[in-house]
Design a protein. Structure first.
Length: 80
């Protein structure tokens, strides 16, 4: 899967994994990319791309508490 800018005819395409890796590198460098990560995850969910490696990789960096499917503790489990 490649992403191009339709407004820029000479734009080079970038694969989904390259895009994810770039966002992760920027996050680890301290750049504020949480909103971008959430937006991309939401778009991938809408498009049905939750079974891709790119989605799984980016989901591990989802901002906020890790709960449920992302591997964190469910609230019910922590209260027992």
């Amino acid at each position: 899967m490649a992403f191009t800018d339709p407004n820029e005819p000479s734009a080079t395409s970038i694969s989904d994994q390259e895009l994810v890796n770039t966002l992760i590198e920027r996050k680890e460098a301290g750049e504020p990319v949480d909103a971008d990560i959430l937006a991309l995850l939401t778009d991938m969910e809408r498009l049905g791309l939750t079974g891709t490696d790119a989605y799984a990789t980016l989901d591990a960096y989802r901002p906020g508490p890790t709960v449920g499917a992302t591997g964190g503790d469910d609230e019910a489990e922590t209260m027992s």
